[in-house]
Design a protein around this ligand. Structure first.
Ligand SMILES: [Zn+2]
Length: 366
């Protein structure tokens, strides 16, 4: 049921009746939405210090969106995971991080609890996650006419809806390749999940936002040699209007990338590279730069259909190292000492064989 069968449309609509289990419920490998809620409740009971849960809204189908807050420091940082419901690694990694920070006395847990308040939205798109699909649960007949709104991957891709809280004056000045003022912003965000995050995080003005994803199966070479794999491809915000408006956040975001590279490249044989991401304002990485803070993307290799347990474990370990680099570097101030121009040292990942929004089966590698 989880797929991996060449020739089936990996992103075809799942027609699910009320009595059928959703695809995510048919495996024990990844968290369901209820698993996430249960884990957050359990952490709240076991936490050693400040730990709060706040419901910030509901998904389109009414699943709770819950932010966990851990720590009592003055500096706020924010993680969101699984904006794309077929990318569960960030949820696995961040729940392990939350467990360590909230319930243990490791050096990381102590320094983070003392110096930071870590805000986590650990399953941004629960309706998509329960179907193991990229988009949210907008019905197919709900369409938008402009690619900004996510027609690449279905009626509503939550990671294409992050510019709804930007001011009109700023948007009016945007490069027309990056935002078309004639199209404008509709009255309603097609992702209530993303709107809930925006209404929470934009007024918070955190030090940074980290957006955790996975990327399509990626190897350096022309075959499936695991020794040639990219493990984590990361990026900072590059939208020109956002960089002009927020040069400090741009520097910080590049320092964050250097910190992740220094910590994780070579860890568990990881190859860390730069993700070939775009410039448009609607995606989280660029929009949150424009809102005025640091903003990074982390893409671990392998969509949900690509992976076995061993690979998932490796990806979670590597991602946790990267998260730790961001948390420790922010908590102890060492991030400030890094040279942002060292992002030039990080190799490029290069383009994809296929993107998650491509039609049909995945081509074999050359
Ligand atoms: Zn994604």
């Amino acid at each position: 049921m989880l797929g991996g069968i060449v020739g089936t449309g990996a992103f075809a609509t799942n027609v699910v009746s009320a009595s059928d289990p959703l695809p995510r419920e048919e495996t024990k490998r990844f968290y369901t939405h209820q698993d996430v809620q249960d884990e957050l409740d359990s952490l709240q009971r076991r936490a050693r210090g400040a730990f709060e849960l706040e419901d910030i809204g509901d998904s389109l189908e009414g699943r709770e969106l819950t932010v966990a807050r851990v720590g009592s420091g003055d500096t706020d940082v924010f993680f969101t995971t699984e904006q794309h419901g077929d990318e569960p690694t960030g949820t696995n990694a961040i729940l392990e991080d939350l467990r360590e920070i909230a319930t243990t006395n490791t050096p990381l847990a102590r320094t983070v609890r003392e110096n930071l308040t870590v805000h986590v939205l650990p399953m941004h798109n629960p309706d998509g996650a329960m179907r193991n699909q990229r988009r949210n649960a907008r019905p197919d007949d709900y369409t938008w006419e402009d690619p900004y709104f996510g027609e690449q991957s279905g009626p509503a891709d939550p990671n294409r809806q992050h510019y709804f809280n930007l001011d009109e004056e700023f948007l009016a000045d945007a490069d027309e390749d990056e935002f078309d003022p004639d199209v404008g912003i509709p009255d309603e965000n097609p992702s209530p999940e993303t709107q809930a995050m925006l209404d929470y995080v934009v007024p918070l003005e955190p030090e940074w936002v980290a957006d955790l994803h996975t990327q399509s199966f990626m190897y350096h070479g022309g075959d499936y040699n695991p020794g040639d794999m990219h493990h984590s491809s990361n990026y900072w915000f590059i939208n020109e209007g956002a960089v002009d408006r927020n040069p400090e956040g741009h520097e910080l975001s590049r320092r964050m990338n250097v910190a992740m590279y220094d910590r994780a490249d070579g860890f568990a044989n990881a190859a860390v590279t730069v993700y070939p991401g775009g410039t448009t304002l609607n995606i989280a990485r660029n929009a949150h730069g424009a809102y005025g803070y640091g903003s990074i993307l982390n893409e671990m290799t392998g969509q949900i259909d690509d992976r076995g347990n061993r690979m998932e474990g490796q990806m979670v370990r590597i991602m946790r190292e990267e998260n730790a680099a961001l948390l420790e570097g922010t908590a102890d101030g060492s991030l400030d000492d890094l040279d942002p121009d060292r992002v030039e040292e990080i190799p490029d990942r290069g383009d994809a064989w296929w993107w998650p929004w491509d039609e049909g089966y995945r081509p074999e590698p050359e």
